[in-house]
Design a protein around this ligand. Structure first.
Ligand SMILES: *Cc1c(COP(=O)(O)O)cnc(C)c1O
Length: 332
């Protein structure tokens, strides 16, 4: 599959509408359009959140979803934090399972997968509601078959360490919402143009947080260091999974604040690695950092061994090549 990630869709999606008092029964509808009033709340006040998870095809032909419960509960939390209509856990779970089941024969085999995009937004035609929630909403689950993320070859990324600007408003960091992406876009484009980097690592006031769409992990020998959870950044399911796997391999997991200064000191060591975690790429190695115009190599500047080992361990569970010892897979 040579197409860009997320640009191919299954022809139908599962959809439900909230009319102000209840959600309609979920329906399968064509996925090429939705009708919205131009005054819809989401188009003016960004009342929207989404999720991203994957379904995998195992060798025995079965289809498994990875950490469905975690993604559903994060979706419900995002909705709550944005004052969008409440979503029911069982209802959302069933809509996801039903649409994946409908397109089960289209789920690509490893290294591909079916990317699942649940999306929620306020639909009320009310441009006067700048400071009030949308009474009505729409929730749908869209599917996009994806290929090998590393098809172009696995390479170590180059990132800009940004210690002034913010990715998004700090109180919105743990919400998976389009507004946060919009706010990180221009700084990221600027960094790409200026320094030819792949991503920006946001470190407000020297506090190493995350990039525009992935969490950050520093792997120093037997220790994994990453920011402890608070509302300022997104609580990645991949981050959590990698930490649990690392712990089960006997590694030390340190969830704490990490300063830019400490990070730069540590990456200078030959055995140090850095990686970005997220559903799309799982774990992508970082080989170079730019800070205040200066280039710093992470370890040997290449693809870290431990990064690859952790990524493989997670892929093996997802692809059914290793025992699902954490109980992360859901059958459809
Ligand atoms: C989705 C997302 C991540 C990664 O989360 P996963 O659950 O691992 O896919 C990290 N940071 C941001 C800002 C995100 O939106």
């Amino acid at each position: 599959m040579a197409t860009a990630f997320g640009s191919v869709f299954m022809p139908e999606m599962s959809i439900s509408w909230f009319d102000g008092s209840s959600w309609s029964a979920a329906e399968m509808v064509p996925s090429d359009s939705i009708q919205l009033h131009p005054g819809a709340h989401v188009l003016h006040y960004s009342s929207t959140c989404f999720e991203g998870l994957k379904a995998f095809r195992h060798e025995d032909g079965s289809i498994k979803l990875f950490r469905l419960d975690r993604n559903v509960s994060r979706m419900i939390q995002s909705a709550r934090l944005l004052a969008l209509p409440e979503l029911d856990e069982e209802f959302v779970t069933q809509m996801i399972l039903d649409i994946v089941k409908r397109f089960e024969t289209d789920v690509p085999a490893p290294p591909g997968s079916m990317y699942i995009r649940p999306t929620l937004f306020g639909t009320e035609p009310a441009i006067g509601k700048a400071a009030a929630p949308s009474e009505t909403a729409c929730f749908y689950v869209l599917l996009s078959p994806v290929g090998d993320y590393f098809a172009g070859g696995d390479r170590a990324l180059k990132i800009l360490v940004e210690d002034e600007g913010l990715r998004c408003a700090p109180h919105n960091g743990m919400i998976k919402s389009g507004g946060n992406y919009a706010s990180a876009l221009l700084p990221t484009l600027k960094a790409k143009a200026e320094y030819e980097v792949d991503q920006v690592l946001f470190c407000p006031n020297g506090d190493v947080q995350e990039t525009g769409a992935a969490n950050f992990l520093l792997i120093d020998g037997n220790e994994v260091i990453t920011r402890d959870l608070d509302e300022s950044f997104l609580h990645g399911v991949t981050r959590d999974s990698i930490l649990l796997i690392a712990e089960s391999m006997g590694m030390t997991v340190s969830e704490r604040t990490l300063s830019v200064e400490e990070m730069l000191e540590r990456i200078a060591k030959p055995g140090c690695e850095a990686a970005l975690s997220g559903t799309a790429a799982v774990l992508a190695p970082v080989g170079t950092m730019i800070y205040k115009g200066k280039e710093y190599q992470v370890g040997n500047g290449g693809i870290g061994e431990t990064t690859l080992k952790l990524r493989k361990a997670l892929n093996d569970i997802q692809w059914g090549k290793a025992e699902d010892k954490f109980g992360w897979l859901t059958s459809i």
